[in-house]
Design a protein around this ligand. Structure first.
Ligand code: FAD
Ligand code: DHB
Length: 390
């Protein structure tokens, strides 16, 4: 088999890249190790920046998003008995859209299939070969048969636990990492969201977040130990703990119901650089992870794909032009470091740290107090939350 761009992974990064390339007449093949049902069953992010919405529009997959997405002009931060609304629209003129990653993935898969795109699911043991030559290849096992896909370029869109990052030589790859000493326990339930806007809570028992997927579907998170046993969290125990952490008006009015999904996510900050080695380009979680506070993970994947699709399009459409390829890693990382900073800052301000000293706690309280009293601090949060420009 032969294609122009071989893509490893059918998460949002790989699918969006494939769709944008298709619209430019550039051929790609996606290799995914899981089944399509598995990919579509994952519940992950839910808040889209305007830049990502614009990308999905450009990719021709925003029809359902425009009908079903919920536009949010603000969010709340709570701590003690104080609640501060951050007015995104007032401070930035921009908004965010609540629309689940699962739905984004579904819309992209539908579009790729409708256009006759090649998505190979259950591709096992994907490996990269001949990366130093002009005809790199992806090899994999499909239905027990060894296959080889020759490409011009390879996009490593295979998430944090993928294989592609390993192909950047050790002496060239620099890793920056922080692992946080806690996780998030999240549930999805067919209940009315407790508020029209998201609520982020700093509580002495730990962080909590009220989010949603639709007017009838809520998504709630509470901070938990990183090695928490999911089995020990019955729905009743989850709702009790969530209500303790919420402001009393929200705790009293919250609609409770059975969970339809429940999972624990670890929190990590991680950056691998450079994001390119010869004909291989890393994008999305394959190159970086942010802790979820601030909702940046999915949005960063989209901005990487903006730069990568620009680089590949310039190459194919503009006489093998390579300047955007040469600056790909630098262009992405400039934005990634700032999103990492914002996610780290939100995480540090809003969580309970097990080894926190009285000084650390004092800093956290001063940070919140400053945010609540300063329009400038609120404007800074808003500017980052709606997404820095690409
Ligand atoms: P992924 O979505 O991880 O896609 C990678 C794809 O590659 C997967 O389909 C995987 O099966 C496939 N793959 C992996 N290895 C191979 C291989 N060897 N061969 C072939 N295919 C392979 N972000 C937020 O902003 N808010 C959140 O609330 C949030 N919650 C999250 C919860 C969890 C449990 C996780 C893991 C992430 C969460 N994120 C969240 C982050 C966000 O979901 C990611 O940033 C986003 O999915 C990145 O997209 P991606 O396409 O780069 O990677
Ligand atoms: C969601 C996740 C986040 O990390 C966040 O900051 C906001 C919302 C969500 O899953 O809805």
């Amino acid at each position: 088999m032969r294609t122009q761009v071989g893509i490893i992974g059918s998460g949002p990064s790989g699918l969006l890249l494939s769709q944008l390339l298709h619209l430019e007449g550039i051929d790609s093949v996606i290799l995914e190790r899981r089944t399509q049902d598995y990919v579509l069953g994952r519940i992950r992010a839910g808040v889209l920046e305007q830049g990502m919405v614009d990308m999905l529009r450009k990719a021709g997959v925003a029809e359902r998003l425009e009908k079903e997405g919920l536009v949010h002009e603000g969010l709340s931060i709570c701590f003690g008995d104080r609640r501060q609304r951050i007015d995104l629209k007032k401070h930035t003129g921009k908004v965010v859209t609540v629309y689940g990653q699962t739905e984004v993935t579904k819309d992209l898969i539908d579009a790729r299939e409708a256009a006759g795109g090649t998505l190979i699911y259950e591709a096992e043991n994907v490996q990269i070969e001949d990366l130093d030559s002009d005809t790199p290849a992806l090899t994999f096992l499909k239905d027990g048969k060894q296959q080889r896909l020759t490409c011009d370029f390879i996009a490593g869109c295979d998430g944090f636990r993928g294989v592609s990052r390993r192909y950047i030589p050790e002496d060239k790859l620099k890793i920056h990492e922080r692992v946080y000493p806690f996780g998030w326990l999240g549930i999805l339930s067919e209940t009315r969201p407790v508020s029209d806007e998201l609520i982020y809570v700093n509580h002495w028992r730990g962080f909590a977040l009220c989010s949603m997927r639709s007017p009838t579907r809520s998504r709630y998170y509470i901070q938990c130990a990183y090695d928490e046993d999911l089995e020990e969290w019955t729905d009743d125990r989850f709702w009790d703990e969530l209500r303790i952490r919420l402001p009393s008006a929200a705790a009293e009015s919250i609609e409770m119901g059975p969970s339809i999904e429940k999972s624990i996510a670890p929190l990590r900050s991680f950056i691998a650089e450079p994001m390119r080695h010869r004909h291989l380009f890393l994008a999305g979680d394959a190159a970086h992870i942010v802790p979820p506070t601030g909702a940046k993970g999915l949005n960063l994947a989209a901005s990487d794909i903006y730069y990568l699709s620009r680089a590949l399009t310039a190459y194919y459409k503009d006489d093998s032009r390579t300047d955007h390829m040469d600056s790909y890693s630098r262009d992405c990382l400039k934005r990634i470091w700032k999103a990492e900073r914002f996610s780290w800052w939100m995480t540090t301000m809003l969580h309970k740290f097990p080894d926190q000293s009285s000084f650390d706690r004092g800093m956290q309280l001063a940070e919140l107090d400053y945010l609540f009293d300063s329009e400038a601090a609120q404007a800074s949060l808003a500017e980052n939350y709606v997404g820095l420009p690409y």
